[in-house]
Each structure stands twice: as C-alpha cells, then as structure tokens.
Design a protein around this ligand. Sequence first.
Ligand code: SF4
Length: 244
Amino acid sequence: MAPDPQDLKAKALVIHEKLCAVYGCPIPYFHSLDPLSELISSLLSHRTRNAESGRAFKALRARYPDWRALMNADPHEVEQTIQGVTWPEQKAPRIQAVLRAVEERHGALSLDFLSEMPIAEARAWLQSIPGIGPKTSAAVLSFSTLRKAALPVDSHHHRVAQRTALIPASMDVGPSHQALAALLPPNWDAQQVYDNHEVMMLHGQRCCFFKSPACGRCAILDLCPTGQGRVGAGRIPGNAEATP
Ligand code: SF4
C-alpha cells in the first residue's frame, strides 16, 4: 500500500531535523558563482569527484579570459584542459554546445535573467537545452548567486531517500527531484532547501554508504526500513566503507 502523503511529508521533516542536528544547519554555501559559471561547474561535476571537477573549472578559468573564449575554443584544447574529469571528450563539446544554446536562446551569454523567473519556469528553460537535466538545473538555481529554493538530488541523496522509503526503491534519480521536492514545506526558503540536499548528501557520504551502510550508528535508523531490516537480520555493520 502506498504511504499516506502527509505521513511521508512528516517523516521527511523529521529526517531533515535529525540530520541537521548531526551535520549542523544552516550549512554554508560552497559556491558563490554567477549562474552561467555554476552551470559549467555543474556540467563538469557529473560522475566526478569534487576535487577533480574543481581543478578542471579552475583550469578553464585560467586558460580562457571569459566563457565566450571557451565557447569558441578548439574542442580538443578544451578536452585537454579538463583532463581529470570523467569523459572529458564528451564534456568539452557538450559545455561548448550548451554555451552556444544559451546565447542563441537568450541573446546573451548570461543566465542572470533567471533571477526574475519563477523556479519552475527557470528549470524548464534550462532543461530545454540538451545536456541539462533536473540535477543540473536545480544546482544552477540553488548553488549559484541566484540562491533559489530548488532541490538538486545527487546519487548519495537519492540512495538515502530510497533506503528510508521517502521514495520508492524503483524510482530513478530524475523523477526523484519532483517527488522529494514535493515532500518539503512549500514555504521553505532557499537555505532550508539547500540544507535538505546537503544533509541528505552528507549522510550518504559519511554513513549510508553504497556498499555497507553503517546502520548501527545512524541517527535515522528508527525511520529507516532498510536499516531496521539489516538490524533484524543481525547485519549491523561497523563504520567505514568508501562510496564509489
Ligand atoms: S539506517 Fe542504514 S540504510 Fe538507513 S539511512 Fe541509516 S545508514 Fe542508511
């Protein structure tokens, strides 16, 4: 039987509060990039560790005086510049194509105009560009200087949401954006929505590991059917196991 939507919302709120107590909310924003720069940073980060995508972003900044120069650069040169991220041969031409699409559709190489748009409209505008999905559109709106109340869902966040049954285990990360955002109070501001993403992600990185979740020391074990099943089966693991 499908869970009652109100119960699910209440559960999401308790999970948020418990994880905030563990990881410390409000969590400082890790970026203060303009939205177009945040878009490039986000495209670099797909399936790549933060340190590597950060290095690649800095290398692009150092090599090109502005994003127009990046857009018009030799794709092989861009690929060489971002070596270290996953699939640089795909990301280099994709980033350039996205920049061209922004200029063609908006008439300028900037996303600052999104500040005037409602969140749903801004996300739809971004996602109409091939190569931009729900995680990237939410990251641009939330992490950039736009500071909008959009919820990105990365693989860690998604895994914790599945295991705690906030979303069905079968739900992919794409549709989980809408499902998880719908569980949050509609009056939450950008910082609260950002905190929710951050604490769910941090929990996936530091406790709810991909291979061996550390349920024995988990702050939300009482709310998690997966963890309770593991405890019931006598499978309470210890701590560390790195996520892939
Ligand atoms: S109880 Fe285990 S499976 Fe559930 S959220 Fe915590 S670490 Fe993850």
